[in-house]
Design a protein around this ligand. Structure first.
Ligand code: ZN
Length: 433
């Protein structure tokens, strides 16, 4: 809707005392517009609209912290007690409005802010930035049902303390550095590490605590899952969720690789343990695992945590392929040229000879790359290199153009995410009741 020649997001209009709030777009940039006595609380530029003083405030981390103080629903919260929870990582800080559309009418608790240290480093963002993007989206879309913020795959005391200090409500402790070879032979080291982190930082808080033992070379045996988790609980650790490494392969942004019935057997064993010990199973690298989603939904009766992230980046790339073919072509060639570098951070088994030569592809068919597994994997794992790439003179090579394109095609991006994350949730058995 339009007000005083500015586009105003219709769900972003709030009153608080004598103050009125909305998120408006001026000169192509979204800002917070505040009138009334709350003007004094925010950083921004004072102006007037129809004779009324108004402050136009940039959507910064500092202003988001004021919003969190004034509007309680914009704060992330714990999801203990929520049956179905889903991590919806947003590496660009632009995906949450689309994620909100996908979950709004479902009984699903979303974790909108979810980022690992690896992802922070590869995108040049901070935990404050990631949470602020979620806060602004929730405020803009009037999403009051609650959401979480996950400091994902954290390994050290300092990392975890920092995420909690920034307001994160879920911590995923990555134990991989304490697991040499299989879990069985290193379980003592793991247990000691988890207990020390838990007692120092988590105990007595409302933080959702996830124990992640998935980044190992071999699948977690149900026996070692049971013995480690039982010992942790005996020592007083309250586990909200636990991520074993399941059988088969969970490569980024593509379907499960392996036997679905083999997965079902393995998953069932882990699920029984989780149920007995009183926490949820967490499924990592959960983007696009369509062949096993029905199994997960059915065996858990909807009680699970599933993490996605890369697939929302790939939907952004899809929008670029559809609307900015030249930009897509450059990104595609860059991704292939820099694949070996990206494989230092992510392990995939792509076969680039399956990716058709882009010089022979018409603009209208570029989008088909986003439906081809090898191209998806390459475009997925090179996101950080693409976002941080610089020209010879030090300017961002792609970053600004990517943000500009996605701001221009914002409604297309939201619609694509609604559809694609909606497809995940539907396959997991989540339907509008
Ligand atoms: Zn993981």
């Amino acid at each position: 809707m339009f007000k005083d020649n500015m586009y105003v997001y219709p769900k972003s209009v709030y009153k608080r005392g004598d103050s009125e709030y909305c998120i408006a777009v001026t000169d192509g940039v979204a800002v917070l517009s505040v009138s009334g006595s709350d003007i004094a609380l925010f950083d921004g530029t004072e102006t007037s609209q129809a004779g009324v003083p108004v402050k136009l405030c940039p959507l910064t981390v500092a202003n988001s912290k004021i919003i969190r103080k004034l509007f309680d629903f914009t704060n992330p919260g714990s999801h203990k007690g929520s049956k179905t929870t889903i991590g919806l990582g947003d590496r660009l800080g632009l995906a949450t409005p689309g994620h909100i559309r996908a979950v709004r009418d479902l009984e699903v608790f979303p974790v909108f802010a979810q980022q690992s240290m690896r992802e922070l480093n590869l995108t040049g963002r901070t935990y404050d930035d990631v949470l602020a993007a979620a806060v602004w989206a929730v405020f803009r879309e009037g999403y009051t049902k609650g959401y979480g913020a996950d400091g994902d795959h954290l390994k050290t005391h300092d990392e975890i303390k920092h995420a909690i200090d920034c307001g994160y409500t879920m911590i995923t402790l990555d134990c991989s550095e304490h697991i040499q070879g299989d879990l069985e032979s290193s379980s003592e080291a793991v247990i000691k590490h988890v207990i020390s982190i838990y007692n120092d930082l988590i105990k007595g808080t409302d933080v959702d605590f996830e124990v992640s033992i998935d980044e190992t070379l071999t699948a977690t045996s149900p026996q070692s899952h049971y013995s480690v988790a039982r010992e942790l609980i005996k020592q007083g650790v309250e586990i909200t969720s636990l991520a074993p490494r399941f059988v088969g392969e969970f490569q980024k942004g593509i379907d499960y690789i392996g036997s679905v019935s083999g997965f079902e057997q393995d998953f069932l064993e882990h699920k029984k343990i989780a149920e007995e010990l009183g926490y949820k199973l967490s499924i990592h690298s959960g983007s696009d695992k369509f062949s096993i989603f029905p199994v997960i939904g059915r065996l858990t009766d909807g009680r699970f945590h599933l993490k996605t992230a890369g697939t929302s980046w790939l939907e952004a790339v899809r929008v670029i392929a559809q609307h900015e073919p030249e930009l897509y072509r450059e990104m595609h060639i860059f991704a292939l040229d820099n694949l070996q570098e990206a494989k230092k951070y992510y392990s995939i088994t792509e076969n680039t000879s399956n990716i058709a030569d882009i010089n022979n592809i018409e603009d209208t068919a570029l989008v088909d790359y986003l439906d081809q597994d090898d191209a998806r994997r390459v475009l997925h794992i090179t996101y950080g290199l693409i976002l941080l790439a610089k020209t010879k003179s030090g300017e961002p090579l792609f970053r600004d153009r990517i943000y500009k394109a996605l701001n221009t095609y914002e409604s297309e991006y939201s619609a694509a995410l609604d559809k694609h994350i909606g497809k995940h949730l539907y396959a997991l058995g989540q339907v509008n009741k």
